[in-house]
Design a protein around this ligand. Sequence first.
Ligand SMILES: Nc1ncnc2c1ncn2[C@@H]1O[C@H](COP(=O)(O)OP(=O)(O)OP(=O)(O)O)[C@@H](O)[C@H]1O
Ligand SMILES: [Mg+2]
Length: 410
Amino acid sequence: MNGSKLSWVEKYKPKTLDEIVGNDAAKKDFIDWLQRWDRRGKAAMLHGPPGVGKTVLVEVAASTLGYRLIETNASDTRREDYLENVIKPAAFNRSLFSSRLMIFFDEIDGISREDSGALNFILELIESSRVPIVMAANDPWSPNLFRIRDKVYMIPMHRIRVQSIVKRLRDICRNEGVRCKQEVLMLIAERSEGDMRAAIEDLELLYSSREDMDLEEAEKILSYRNVEKNIFETLRMVAFAPTLEKALTSLSSSEEKPEDILEWVFENIPHVLPKQSLYRSLRYVAGADALFKQISKNSLWRILPCFYHKLASAFLVAPQKNRASFSFPTRMRERFKRFQHEKNLRELESFFMKDLHMGRSAFRRDLIPLLRLLSKNEDFRRSMLNRMVDQHLKELYSSVILGEARKRFS
Ligand SMILES: Nc1ncnc2c1ncn2[C@@H]1O[C@H](COP(=O)(O)OP(=O)(O)OP(=O)(O)O)[C@@H](O)[C@H]1O
Ligand SMILES: [Mg+2]
């Protein structure tokens, strides 16, 4: 299970209603509404802040009540052919599907007023559909939605309480075999502002190397979220800039380091552009990367604007999607993990260097491989661990040499 490639947000996505934390009233209300649904073509809208479980509630409710879900995001919803060929047949059950259907327009506030075709289509559908129509939105009060709002059953969802988030995080840690301090979990939960997705992402960021850490260290690492808030704004402005000049101004006025901006752009381009444009776009990013290496190697800071120009161009190779959620760069996450591993290695080295009077490079080159080999033997492993009186040291040994998740040695 530890080798799983899924992010923790995916891995711990609730599969049953009980696993969806908090928002009990909304859960009950939604299930009741579905059970009462009576072919008179009414729709419901779940609305609330990000990461509280709107999408997941619809998915889980559908599977629990035996519905097959036809799920569409904002960019599909704006495609006329999709509405005509997929949604319409489903709404009138003229489709090939044999099971009960439910139509779900997710992120409905991502549809702009210019897409009046899509909005009209949905309005008509609400009146005439023979299957339940469900929507989700962060901001149901956006002016685009006012005509729809009047016709749907509104179900509010709220931020998740800190204690409930902590409990969920603790369960995840237990399942991952990670030991974590209560105060660190509290820190994550408080910073998340009721957003369960953000909390689980931060938990993974801190603990994916499966090392415990103290509050101070966690605070340092999590301070990326302050940076993220700014960079998030920058990305949004660049990604949705109407012209290259506007994109360029937003990029070059950002306070973030150019190399960090590059990572964020690289990670998030796929969220913003359609697949078929990615190759062209990433060529600009690669160009910017190569250019930045030259700039920093030779102190050519005066040509930094060319670097920003390449990055901004990466976004403008195709019309962007209407709305995107940006994510934390994987390569930066890896860097944190390496940083953690390196720190452990150094601590362990210090112990052995004193004990065996050997140098750092000899330890890394000769002793680590030897210890790894010998530690395959149960007796050797046990005697090594017994020599280490300090609990912390045992854990370092276990993590660095045995490559294991933290263990209790009681
Ligand atoms: N109430 C919850 N209980 C347990 N896990 C949750 C809950 N809410 C969110 N999560 C976690 O966060 C992930 C994202 O949740 P979801 O997509 O349902 O959020 P959302 O409210 O639809 O957010 P957005 O407004 O950004 O679309 C889930 O896959 C799950 O891992
Ligand atoms: Mg959602």
